[in-house]
Design a protein around this ligand. Sequence first.
Ligand code: ATP
Ligand code: MG
Ligand code: FE
Length: 336
Amino acid sequence: TYIMAIETSCDETSVAIIENGTVIRSNIVSSQIETHQQFGGVVPEIASRKHVEMITWIIEEALKVAQLELSDLSAIAVTQGPGLVGALLVGIIAAKSLSLALDIPLIGVHHIAGHIYANQLVHTLEYPLISLVVSGGHTEIVYMEAPGQFKIIGKTRDDAAGEAYDKVARALGLPYPGGPFLDRLAQEAEESIPLPRAWLESDSYDFSFSGLKSAVLSVINQAKMKGLTLNSGHVARGFQESVVEVVVEKALRAVKAYGAKQLILAGGVAANRGLRERLTASCEKLEIPLLIPPLNLCTDNAAMIGAAAFLKWEKQQFASLDLKADPSLSLEAWSV
Ligand code: ATP
Ligand code: MG
Ligand code: FE
């Protein structure tokens, strides 16, 4: 089975071909970061137009690298949501056209299911498992009793982890997207300034990052008002320690409470070195099997969409040609 997957939910135009749900035959990712950097964030209108310019070329490239023809494809998968509606539409229209022209099934995929199933491209999943999802727009703890069964047991009540990273990075004068830059600063710093931890209720798996973000902004402003120079490395490290400590503790507590066989990490912030190191150390100590995708499969890519699409392929749950982009698509409702 060769599934061609298309991902255009945000600022990466990506097309992949996945063999039997687990083998990456090609995974082409074209990032628009340089275009959006000058605006300090993703401009939706520009994102859509760039996807239109790129999509045909990326499809051709994905076929070329995989050394396959259009006629070899078994199905076309595409990110249906969540994401920017205009950006999603570009991928969906391309996918529908291919599905219609080749007369092969169309599969709509949930973007976060994709982030989670990126792990399946490099690891063997064992259920029940807990997935810690930390991305640009989501921070969730997901319980999965079986393949394709998603139950959200905790989520952010305000900002997502990646969003908080990007906002704090911006306040420190770092380029967009700031997560990776802030990560590097934190790694290099020798000290950290103390910042609060948002534990919420003692039994809650929910997160909150807006209070932490405000605390950082207030430290920066106070230093400015007093005319002091602030060491941004110390701020970065303090912020990173606060985020990492809370997400790791909650994820481990969920693993125990749900009797999970594995903990899997997913989403763009899974690329964070501080988080990977701390989670690895804690899981070793508690003998919890931990799965983390390689860096190129953490941030947005179409290979992960192809991996998740295979769940629907196996159950023959196909979309019709009236598939609609859904910016607020529910993960639980997408369960197979
Ligand atoms: P979502 O997946 O929730 O729809 P998205 O697709 O925009 O959001 P991802 O591609 O999953 O987000 O991840 C991008 C985010 O990951 C950005 O916020 C970026 O700053 C963050 N990120 C990437 N690398 C790192 C890192 N090393 N440390 C911290 N954050 C990082
Ligand atoms: Mg992106
Ligand atoms: Fe994403």
